[in-house]
Design a binder for this molecule. Structure first.
Ligand SMILES: C[S@@+](CC[C@H](N)C(=O)[O-])C[C@H]1O[C@@H](n2cnc3c(N)ncnc32)[C@H](O)[C@@H]1O
Length: 159
């Protein structure tokens, strides 16, 4: 599929971190669509432009200038907890391969020298483990808080 958008949010959830949740340059995807009330009473709306799996992105190579990748970061969370509903939960058996496939797909659909913004929370899985799964480290990113933003660039021959 060809995309007219400049930016891909590869698992947008409820678009919490976006200042403009309908940014016109961005294609918002997620593998679920739902509207519900969380166990703590807040409304949760996940309404992607397109339903898609970040492990098999339906876009051609080198489609986007920027990709944002903020996958689920929890292995353990109560099935009906608001954390699980809002952020999703990793599969205990396949999480490494799922995240690696997601990262590789995000890189594939980036244009050469495009930027990949990766967000992670170290509550249950350390940053060191994630870099091992990805097989590389970012250019830079914050290293102190539990929530980490990291920046990668797609290199010339990294299709
Ligand atoms: C941490 S949340 C994203 C939060 C979002 N960045 C925000 O600001 O609200 C992770 C999201 O990944 C989605 N997700 C999980 N597995 C996925 C997959 N294989 N493909 C696409 N989205 C997936 C979940 O549905 C969930 O909405």
């Amino acid at each position: 599929m060809n995309s007219e958008s400049l930016i891909l949010d590869a698992c947008c959830g409820s678009r919490m971190f976006w200042y403009d949740k309908n940014n016109k340059d961005t294609l918002f995807i997620d593998n679920r669509k739902l509207e519900t009330t969380l166990s703590d009473g807040r409304r949760l709306i996940v309404n992607p432009n397109k339903l898609a799996d970040f492990r098999h992105l339906p876009f051609e190579n080198k489609s986007f200038y920027m990709v944002v990748f903020d996958p689920p970061h929890l292995l353990h969370a109560g099935a009906n907890s608001w954390l699980a509903q809002k952020y999703g939960v990793l599969d205990e058996d396949t999480w490494k391969q799922d995240l690696k496939s997601g990262f590789d797909e995000c890189m594939r659909v980036l244009k050469t020298h495009g930027t990949l913004i990766f967000k992670w929370n170290t509550e249950q899985i350390s940053m060191a483990k994630i870099w091992k799964v990805f097989g590389r480290e970012p250019l830079f990113g914050d290293r102190r808080s539990k929530t980490r933003w990291s920046v990668f660039m797609k290199e010339e021959n990294n299709d």
